[in-house]
Design a protein around this ligand. Structure first.
Ligand SMILES: [Zn+2]
Length: 306
């Protein structure tokens, strides 16, 4: 009996060795594997890890959009478990489901919104970040990457988090961050030159545009958030067009999504143009944060100066 066991062990030994080594090299790759929760965070983090061995992967599928009502899939859980760290947008976007999922796993969470909001909801560069739903319910507007000021802070937070994990890449991470911040600084100059003068009134069909419009001199008189499950009622649309007349609303903004058809209805009704902005949440629309934001800034400017 014993000799049979010995024989089996001897026969299995090469296999054990092979799989053991494979496991080791897995560990080695996992050590450099960093996950981002969804696309805007990926776009910023991607700029920072250039020239390092950090392998960045995005968790949410390209068509997912924002993560407001998101639930982790088993594929997400597998990706998470193979990662050393996960970079999240924060500011309520992931509703802490990622923190819960990685609890006691040793996987580090880098929150790109660290320090961005005060206890009263005041945000960096913005008087307040709360918005209301149906006139009563207040929640944080978590689309912080759509603000240049906040995107800078996101880059700082992501950079610091990655340096904590990979001090060997401190030099690369910091110089990549400086390049990214310089690109943002030139976008801020563009904003300044394109948006001289006072505010102008607009309607938005996507709450992702809140900070972008605000930073570019647009005052949102009405905002309706559209998604797959919620479409505005005829009454809501009528109220929107009724109030817009007296407020001299100059433009309607929407994304190229389910909201577009409603935005176009309102635009026709008011005889004002509809402009498409990019929320940067879909891989199909943009692969470069700076270029996408530049297009957005120029679009708002076009609406203002037409
Ligand atoms: Zn959103």
């Amino acid at each position: 009996m014993k000799s049979i066991i010995n024989k089996i062990t001897a026969a299995l030994l090469p296999l054990i060795l092979v799989f053991g080594l494979a496991a080791c090299s897995d560990v080695k790759t996992a050590d450099k594997a960093v996950l981002t929760s969804f696309y805007p965070v990926y776009l910023i983090a991607e700029r920072l890890v250039e020239g390092t061995d950090i392998s960045l992967m995005n968790m949410a599928r390209p068509q997912t959009g924002c993560l407001h009502d998101y639930q982790l899939t088993s594929l997400d859980m597998r990706l998470l478990s193979k990662s050393k760290a996960v970079i999240i947008n924060g500011a309520g976007m992931e509703h802490s489901f990622i923190e819960r999922a990685v609890e006691n796993t040793g996987i580090k969470v880098i929150d790109s919104s660290d320090g961005l909001f005060g206890t009263e909801g005041e945000a960096v560069g913005h008087e307040e970040a709360f918005h209301s739903h149906d006139g009563h319910d207040h929640e944080l507007n978590s689309h912080i990457w759509m603000s240049l000021k906040m995107a800078k802070a996101q880059a700082e937070n992501i950079c610091a988090g990655l340096i904590g994990l990979y001090p060997q890449y401190k030099k690369e991470l910091e110089s990549n961050k400086e390049l990214f911040l310089a690109d943002i600084a030139s976008l801020e100059k563009l904003e300044d030159s394109e948006n001289e003068g006072g505010e102008f009134n607009v309607i938005s069909f996507n709450e992702a545009f809140h900070y972008l419009l605000e930073e570019n001199g647009a005052f949102i008189t009405a905002e309706i958030e559209i998604d797959e499950n919620v479409t505005p009622t005829a009454r809501e649309l009528a109220e929107m067009t009724d109030s817009a007349g007296s407020l001299n609303v100059k433009a309607v903004f929407c994304a190229d999504d389910n909201g577009r058809v409603f935005a176009e209805t309102v635009g026709r009704e008011l005889d004002i143009p509809v402009y498409i902005l990019d929320p940067l949440t879909y891989t199909v629309s943009s692969d470069d944060y700076i270029k996408a934001m530049e297009r957005n800034i120029l679009t708002v400017s076009e609406a203002k100066n037409r």
